[in-house]
Structure formats: structure tokens, C-alpha cells
Design a protein around this ligand. Structure first.
Ligand SMILES: O=P(O)(O)OC[C@H]1O[C@](O)(CO)[C@@H](O)[C@@H]1O
Ligand SMILES: [Mn+2]
Length: 487
């Protein structure tokens, strides 16, 4: 979706809401925060449109050619309209003024500021800023245009959180909630189709041959992969849901998977299963580092259900975010809400799945965790040193699935790698366990391609790295590393 359409959609939504004029106070607050925050997000997406292809906002700005005054006008319009429309209590007013200040700092390349909110991760964020400053040297302060894009983008979401957190009683407010729940409700047909497919497999699970099991696994892995197209961040909070049956679309999407290591993923899980039978193996756990709520989360839960019910994994551990992040990422609240909604569905297989998932959680076959590291800007190669407890947790898994684009950027350090560099090289020593990235491409980093593959894609579809049409299933394991011939 183009930016013009994004703006258009946003204002249309605003006007429709206004005309209906049937907001409760709570709804007004939700709308107000959504509009202001979306305006902040649009600033990033619009003014620094080409940021995905640059490592800093300065480079992006130079490449973008979008008149800065245009985005400033649009954002000014949104904030003015919001202020006209709502009376506002003081906590909201204060939060809005912090967000407006944030927007201004971004627009004018002000130095990044230390966080002041005294949350458990505040010190770590401030230390990270110092690290960035050390890298930049004493000559100039760390600022919006000069710092790595990955860092400032994460920092923006943390500052939004600060604006909310500093203003009780709205300090637990998730102003992205509405978009996430909409994505869930709008994907109902697809969710029902998926739960029915899962129910059918489970009915005949006992009689499935190994080939059939592997075929089902591949399908559900791919459904979870393409579920990642449904994030709200890429559309700046605009609607993004799945309507068609996800299983039926898989064949037509196959050629858009640029790297497909699914066979290695299957072999990893299946070899655990076999060796368990022979008494060799004790642990059999898959961890899923979640990305987006809404339809994508359903695809992950269905995959996790299949892993447990087929005996490919004994336990699945999910990792979500501690606070609202990159618009649509899963928080504990989204996770519980999604399972409750699935249980309450008026559809046999969906409802059955929901109850099944709830019982997995009760029995401890599924666990949900969050850790502050997932909402920090660190590249994952820093995890062992900066979050050793989380690294140790991931080491307990036989396989870790990393969902989505942001996780891929953190896995690879968001660097401008040549496309043919090995995935293992780009991971720079991050190898807690066998791992697999399931990612649709939305940012300008891609490794592990064949010679010439990147060039061919560029000539056929110049925006292949950012338009969300392509995907990768990329696997790496410490075992592979051991068997690699030394250069
Ligand atoms: O939900 P995902 O797949 O991590 O996508 C989020 C991505 O969206 C972006 O904000 C760009 O649209 C990227 O910066 C980020 O990597
Ligand atoms: Mn996301």
C-alpha cells in the first residue's frame, strides 16, 4: 500500500468515526492515541521512505526526495484534529505532548535523549545509547539521522512506551490494540479453514505415514511463514488481514520462497523424535520467538499444536513482548486474548482448537515467556553477553523458530551484507541451538542467496526486499557449523 493511501485511509477512518459520533470516553482515548501514534509512524515511513535501503536515517533522507514539509503538514493536521476533537484529561494531554515532542525531535534530527521512566530496562537502554555514542566518537551526539536505523526505530517504540508509562492511569494502555484485534476478526474465514485443516490431520494422526506427516509439517510451516505478511507495521497500522484459505494459497506462493531450508528443520525435529524412541534423547522442545498478533499468531499456534499433537515436540515455549512493539507484535495480553477468542468462536474446529491450546498451557506443554531483551535494540549476537539468562533458555530448545522481519534484522545485525554471504556468517556466533528464521522480506537485508539470485530479483522486481512478496525459511545449527569444512 502506498503512503498516499495510508494517509487517505487514516483520515477516512477518522472522519467516519467523527460522523458517527458515538464514541464512549474510552473509545475516544483509544482513537486519539492511535491517530497520534500512527502520525509518528507515518513520519518515519513517509519522510524517510527509503530508510530500509540505508543504514541510517540520514542516508535514507538523502535518497528519499520526499519534501519534508509535506509529512510535517500531515502530522500537524492529525495532531490538530485530534486536539480539536477530544477534550482530553490531563494524563492524555501530557502523553500527547510527549509524543508531539518526540515527533519534533525526529523531524529535526535532535540528539537522542536518555529515558527517564525508571522501568526495569531503562538503565540498559541508556547504557546502549552510551555504547552508540562511544562508537560515534566525541565529535557529535547520537541523533535520529546519524544512528543505525535498527536502533532508532526500536528507540522510537520505547519512547512511545515512556510517554504512556509516565502518565498514569493510562500507563498500561495498548494503543495498538484495536488494529491487532481487527486483524484477528477480519481473518476469521482463514482461521476457521486453518483450524478445520488441523482438526482433519489430528483425526487421522495415528495412521499418517512419515511422508504424510512431513507434508503436513511443511504446509503448516509455510502457513506460519506467510502469516508474517499480516503485520501492521508495514502498513503503518492500516488493515492487513488474511481472507483466503491459507492452505489453498500455498502452491501459488511456493516460487516466492527464496531460500527454503524446511527440509533441515524437518530433519532436526524428526531425528529428535526417533532418538527419543531409542532412549537417546531427553530434551524435545521447540521455542517460537513470536512476531505479530492477529492472523500471524493463529498460524503460529496452529503450527505449535501440530508439533505437540504429532509428537514432533513435547513442549513449545513462546516468546512475546513486554510492551506494545512495532505496532502489531504479540504481548502477553494479546496471547491470552487470542486463545480466549478462539475458544469462544462459534465454529466447531476453531473452538476445539482454542480449548486444546488452553489445556496445553494448563498442562505446561505450552509456556509463554517475555523478556526485556526482545524489546531492546540489540543484535542477537549480543544476547549471550547482554542477556545470558535468555541465551541459556534458548539453549534448552532443540529448535528455535524466529518469526518475522525484525527478528531477521536482529539476527543479521541489519547490515548491508552481500546477498551471497552465508546465514551462519551473518549470525556472527549467535547459535544457542538449531534455529530457523521464517520471514517475509520487508527490510533491505538478505543473506544466503545463490550467486546472481539477488541481481536477477532486482531486475525483475526492484522492491523485492521490501514489498513483503518474498520470503525465506533459513536454517542454521551448531551441528552444521561443526561439520563445515574449514576455509
Ligand atoms: O512484523 P515484522 O515482520 O517484524 O515487520 C516489521 C518490519 O516493519 C518495518 O517497520 C518496516 O515496515 C521494519 O522496520 C520491520 O522490520
Ligand atoms: Mn512485527
Amino acid at each position: 500500500m502506498g503512503n498516499a493511501q495510508c494517509f487517505h485511509g487514516l483520515f477516512q477512518q477518522y472522519n467516519t468515526n467523527k460522523q458517527k459520533n458515538k464514541h464512549t470516553k474510552e473509545k475516544q482515548v483509544v482513537d486519539k492515541f492511535q491517530l497520534v501514534t500512527v502520525s509518528v509512524l507515518l513520519l518515519i515511513k513517509f519522510e524517510f521512505e527509503s530508510a530500509a535501503s540505508a543504514t541510517t536515517m540520514a542516508a535514507a533522507k538523502a535518497a528519499s526526495g520526499v519534501p519534508p514539509s509535506l509529512s510535517a503538514k500531515v502530522i500537524g493536521y492529525v495532531v490538530r484534529k485530534v486536539d480539536d476533537f477530544f477534550e482530553g484529561i490531563s494524563a492524555e494531554k501530557q502523553a500527547i505532548s510527549l509524543l508531539s515532542k518526540l515527533r519534533n525531535e525526529m523531524q529535526t534530527d535532535k540528539p537522542l535523549l536518555e529515558l527517564k521512566d525508571d522501568l526495569p530496562d531503562t538503565e540498559s537502554w541508556n547504557q546502549y545509547m552510551q555504547r552508540q555514542q562511544n562508537q560515534l566518537g566525541d565529535q557529535e551526539p547520537v541523533s535520529w539521522f546519524k544512528s543505525p536505523w535498527l536502533y532508532v526505530e526500536c528507540y522510537m517504540y520505547r519512547r512511545i512506551q515512556e510517554a504512556i508509562w509516565l502518565n498514569p492511569p493510562i500507563n498500561n494502555f495498548d494503543f495498538f490494540n484495536e488494529g491487532k484485534t481487527e486483524s484477528f476478526f477480519e481473518s476469521q474465514q482463514a482461521v476457521m479453514a486453518l483450524c478445520t485443516y488441523l482438526g482433519d490431520i489430528q483425526k487421522s494422526m495415528e495412521t499418517l505415514s512419515e511422508n504424510q506427516l512431513s507434508e503436513c509439517f511443511n504446509k503448516l510451516l509455510q502457513v506460519s511463514l506467510w502469516g508474517n505478511r499480516c503485520d501492521l507495521s508495514i502498513s503503518a497500522g492500516q488493515k492487513n488481514s488474511q481472507k483466503a484459505s491459507p492452505i489453498d494459497s500455498l502452491n501459488s506462493l511456493q516460487s516466492f520462497i527464496l531460500v527454503d531450508d524446511s527440509n533441515m528443520v524437518w530433519l532436526t525435529l524428526n531425528s529428535c523424535r526417533r532418538s527419543e524412541g531409542s532412549g537417546k534423547k531427553t530434551a524435545d522442545r521447540v521455542d517460537i520467538v513470536l512476531d505479530n498478533a492477529g492472523f500471524e499468531l493463529i498460524t503460529d499456534l496452529v503450527l505449535a499444536d501440530f508439533l505437540v499433537s504429532s509428537g514432533l515436540a513435547r513442549q513449545v515455549h513462546f516468546h512475546g513482548k513486554c510492551f506494545p512493539w512495532f505496532v502489531s507484535d504479540v504481548t502477553a495480553n494479546d496471547f491470552q486474548w487470542t486463545i480466549r477468542q478462539t475458544m469462544a468462536a462459534n465454529h466447531k474446529w476453531m473452538c476445539k482448537s482454542g480449548f486444546q491450546w488452553q489445556s496445553y498451557l494448563k498442562e505446561g506443554l505450552w509456556c509463554y515467556h517475555d523478556h526485556p531483551f526482545w524489546t531492546q535494540p540489540h543484535e542477537f549476537c549480543d544476547m549471550a553477553a547482554d542477556a545470558p539468562d535468555l541465551y541459556a533458555t534458548l539453549q534448552e530448545a532443540d529448535l528455535v523458530l524466529f518469526k518475522g522481519d525484525l527478528n531477521y534484522r536482529k539476527l543479521t545485525g541489519d547490515r548491508d551484507w552481500p546477498h551471497t554471504v552465508d546465514f551462519s556468517t551473518a549470525l556472527r556466533g549467535f547459535e544457542p541451538s538449531a534455529l530457523c528464521s521464517l520471514r517475509t522480506l520487508k527490510a533491505n537485508v538478505q543473506v544466503g542467496l545463490q550467486p546472481g539470485q539477488g541481481e536477477k530479483l532486482t531486475s525483475q522486481d526492484p522492491s523485492w526486499m521490501t514489498n513483503g512478496k518474498y520470503a525465506v525459511i533459513q536454517f542454521q545449527s551448531p551441528k552444521l557449523e561443526k561439520n563445515r569444512p574449514q576455509d
